[in-house]
Design a protein around this ligand. Structure first.
Ligand code: BG6
Length: 242
C-alpha cells in the first residue's frame, strides 16, 4: 500500500489488489481499468469460517443506474471472494451475467507486492511467453530471459502465461507464489520506475523500489459470458523461502 494512497469516494486505491473490471487498462471505452475499483457500492454479502478453519468473505457489486448508463450497460452480479487460510490468501472473481445477451469484458486482479529492493527482485515463470510491451505501443515480443528483471519501466501483458508465477525477492529472501486458474490466462507485470512514479500523485517518488505488480487476468482476449452464465477465476498466493 502506497503511503500516499487515497481512500476518498471514487478514488482508485494505490495498493492492495484493485479489481480491474470490466475493462483492463485503456482497452475499451471506459475509464482506465473500468469502474469496479472506484465503486463505493460494494457490499459484504458473506462472512464465514469454513470447515477447515479458513475465513471466507464475499463482497458483491451489482449493476446500478450509473453502470447501466455507462458504455458497459449490462446487468450483472460480481462477487469478489477472499479466503484467508493458514499461509494462503485466495482471491477470485465470480461473474454472473444477469441480462439477456452475451456480455464481454477484460479484467485483472492488480496485486501490488511489497519487495525489499526492486533491483534484487525477479519474476519467474515467464520464459518463452509472448507479451505485449505497453512501453513500446503494445509491440509483441517473446520473453527470452530466465526471469523478468527490473532495470527501468516494465509494463507488459504476458499471455497465455503459465499457471504458476513467482516474485523472487533476493533482499527479503522469500518468494511470493502466485497460482492462477486457467480462466485467468494472462499476467501483467508492472513497475513504473522513477519518472512515471514521480508523476503519480498518490505514490512517493522512491516507492517504485519497494513493489512490483503481477496482475493475473483475462486481458489479451476478452471473456464472453452468455446470458444467465457464470464465469469464475481465482488466484492463490503463498509465501516461501527463496
Ligand atoms: C497496470 C498497467 O496494470 O496498471 C499500467 O499495465 C498502468 O499501464 C498501471 O500504468 C497503473 O494504472 P493506474 O490507473 O492505477 O495508475
Amino acid at each position: 500500500m502506497s503511503d500516499l494512497a487515497k481512500f476518498g469516494k471514487g478514488d482508485a486505491v494505490r495498493g492492495g489488489i484493485p479489481i480491474c473490471f470490466p475493462q483492463f487498462g485503456p482497452r475499451g471505452p471506459l475509464a482506465q481499468h473500468g469502474f469496479c475499483r472506484r465503486s463505493d457500492d460494494w457490499k459484504i454479502t458473506k462472512e464465514e469460517v469454513l470447515p477447515n478453519g479458513d475465513v471466507r468473505t464475499v463482497l458483491t457489486l451489482t449493476d446500478s443506474e450509473e453502470t447501466r448508463k455507462s458504455a458497459w450497460p449490462h446487468k450483472f452480479v460480481l462477487d469478489y471472494e477472499v479466503v484467508l487460510g493458514a499461509g494462503t490468501l485466495t482471491t477470485g472473481l465470480i461473474f454472473k451475467n444477469a441480462g439477456e445477451e452475451d456480455v464481454q469484458f477484460t479484467c485483472a486482479l492488480h496485486s501490488y507486492f511489497p519487495v525489499g529492493d526492486v533491483d534484487e527482485t525477479t519474476v519467474q515463470g515467464l520464459k518463452g511467453v509472448e507479451y505485449e510491451d505497453s512501453t513500446a505501443g503494445g509491440k509483441v515480443c517473446m520473453e527470452e530471459g530466465e526471469a523478468v528483471t527490473f532495470k527501468g519501466e516494465v509494463d507488459r501483458v504476458y499471455g497465455p502465461a503459465p499457471q504458476v508465477l513467482k516474485v523472487v525477492d533476493g533482499k527479503l529472501g522469500r518468494a511470493i507464489r502466485i497460482a492462477k486458474d486457467p480462466t485467468f490466462p494472462d499476467a501483467v507485470v508492472w513497475n513504473p520506475w522513477a519518472d512515471k512514479c514521480r508523476a503519480l500523485a498518490d505514490m512517493p517518488d522512491e516507492a517504485f523500489r519497494r513493489f512490483v505488480c503481477v496482475e493475473v487476468g483475462a486481458v489479451r482476449t476478452p471473456v464472453t459470458v452468455p446470458a444467465g452464465g457464470t464465469w469464475t477465476a481465482r488466484q492463490v498466493l503463498t509465501c516461501e523461502r527463496a
